[in-house]
Design a protein around this ligand. Structure first.
Ligand code: SF4
Length: 305
């Protein structure tokens, strides 16, 4: 496939992100930027205004994709930061258009937020599920209220329970992105415990942990400078990850994907091998301690995404 040509002709506006497991999935722009763009730690769409792609552009991009992907394509990822922010009727129109070009599409996946579900009724969600929307990547980050507030996620733990119940009732599955170290120094047990309870109640299709990283020109950096937020050490983040691995009660086919570039552990397996993953993480901690004494008690810097 001539990727270069494809990208040249597509309407990709500003930064485009997709989760690592979707590396082979075609990306269709239906929004650009992020409708929220306020999370304390996030720099993904800094300087990029949120916008809704014109239907004409979506149609042109589908025409373009249909030149490079087979007609029996089963999966597509609609971008950008929270594409599910669009109103239900527009998402349904887009699904109709996608099916015109790829009639066998089974899954239209995207980034989605708890905030995006709130204005939609369970009936809306059921229609969206029938149209193919499924397997959302949700930046849950945490279910610990003080951290949700500090990270300015725009929702509370109660909202998470309410909105994930609607998703469950509609039969839509989700992948949970969680942030290690998001509650700041000394709080990892409370953070993990609240988040584990949420995930054990609403079992995701995949769990994707990501280490918290503080970047310049973010509200989180200001909180660090004023000591309102104390960054956790690498050891604390790995201990938090261990709590998740030991206490999550997922189905055997649920995947744990810790391959994000920000993570030190990089363990990715299904929960069928949960004990093995716990063992691997413990060994990884021992190995780092042996090879680089003291390193885990520091904070490593991580580049921008
Ligand atoms: S973390 Fe997600 S929802 Fe929050 S500002 Fe960044 S892209 Fe938007």
């Amino acid at each position: 496939m001539d990727i270069k040509k494809e990208v040249d002709n597509m309407h990709y506006t500003g930064p485009v992100f997709r989760p690592p497991p979707e590396a082979s999935t075609p990306l269709l722009e239906i929004t650009y930027g992020c409708s929220w763009n306020r999370c304390s730690f996030c720099t993904m769409y800094a300087g990029q205004k949120f916008g809704i792609s014109p239907m004409e552009h979506i149609k042109e991009d589908l025409q373009e994709l249909s030149r490079y992907y087979p007609k029996n394509l089963k999966r597509i990822f609609v971008v950008n930061g929270d594409a599910f922010a669009l109103q239900a009727h527009r998402l349904l129109d887009i699904a109709d258009l996608i099916h015109e070009y790829f009639p066998e599409i089974e899954c239209i996946t995207c980034y989605a937020s708890i905030r995006n579900i709130k204005p939609k009724t369970t009936e809306d969600l059921k229609k969206l599920r029938s149209a193919g929307y499924n397997e959302f990547y949700m930046g849950i980050e945490t279910a610990y209220d003080p951290a949700l507030k500090q990270m300015r996620k725009g929702y509370s733990q109660a909202d998470e329970y309410e909105q994930l119940k609607k998703l469950e009732d509609a039969g839509i599955t989700y992948n949970a992105i969680i942030m290690l170290g998001v509650a700041g120094r000394g709080n990892y047990r409370s953070n993990a415990s609240e988040t584990i309870n949420l995930l054990n109640r609403f079992k995701p299709h995949m769990v994707l942990p990501m280490s918290t990283s503080v970047h310049d020109n973010t509200p989180l950096k200001e909180m660090c400078d004023s000591q309102e937020f104390i960054v956790v050490s690498e050891r604390e983040m790995l201990n938090e990850e261990l709590l998740y691995l030991e206490n999550l009660e997922m189905d055997d086919d649920c995947m744990y994907f810790s391959g994000h570039i920000y993570n030190l552990s990089r363990i990715s397996q299904s929960f069928k091998y949960q004990d093995e993953m716990v063992q691997k993480l413990k060994e990884r901690i021992e190995e780092i301690d042996k090879a680089h004494p003291g390193l885990l008690d520091t904070v490593l810097s991580r580049g921008h995404l």
